[in-house]
Design a protein around this ligand. Structure first.
Ligand code: CA2
Length: 155
């Protein structure tokens, strides 16, 4: 099973700026934690970060046939990008919307997501742990989905 992690604009600054809001872990450290958990779960992971909307759209389009699922932190594009939404709709790859912060406890504009209704689920507010929690949840969801309608849970 392959799960792609897609990160949007400014997340490359993690651990460098605004540690009081976004924590002290760098994006590389967040990804390392995901990699460690993925290895324990027997899942392959890949990582992509861009500050550019079109590059994110390209990366999402490339998921088709290449990934079983995705963790998507589209950062500010979560709240604004119909292009990212349309790409996720087009590829039909199951994904979890991930946020470091609790977007519902922040300014009004961040309470609106253009992606959440397409997602399997949303994990927000746990800092770097949001990614690991999302990985665990999506892995379980995909394994249950692969088990079909029999109700047999494969681990
Ligand atoms: O909480 C999240 O994960 C967000 O996706 C982060 C985005 C924000 O626009 C979303 O509303 C919620 C911002 C990412 C910016 O990351 C920075 C990291 C360090 C320093 C400055 C920005």
């Amino acid at each position: 099973m392959h799960i792609a992690v897609i990160d949007g604009p400014n997340l490359n600054l993690l651990g460098v700026r605004e540690p009081e809001r976004y924590g002290t872990a760098t994006l590389a450290q967040v990804h390392a934690a995901v990699k460690t958990r993925a290895a324990a779960l027997g899942v392959e992971v890949s990582f992509f970060q861009s500050n550019h909307e079109g590059a994110l759209v390209d990366a999402i389009q490339a998921l088709r046939g290449a990934a079983d699922g995705a963790l998507v932190n589209a950062a500010a594009y979560t709240h604004t990008s119909l292009a990212v939404r349309d790409a996720l709709l087009a590829v039909q790859v199951p994904f979890v919307e991930v946020h470091l912060t609790n977007v519902h406890a922040r300014d009004e504009v961040r309470r609106r997501s253009l992606l959440a209704d397409l997602a399997v689920g949303v994990v927000a507010g746990f800092g770097a742990d949001s990614y690991v929690l999302a990985l665990e949840a999506l892995t379980g969801w995909l394994r249950r989905a692969a088990g079909g309608a029999s109700g047999v849970v494969r681990v």
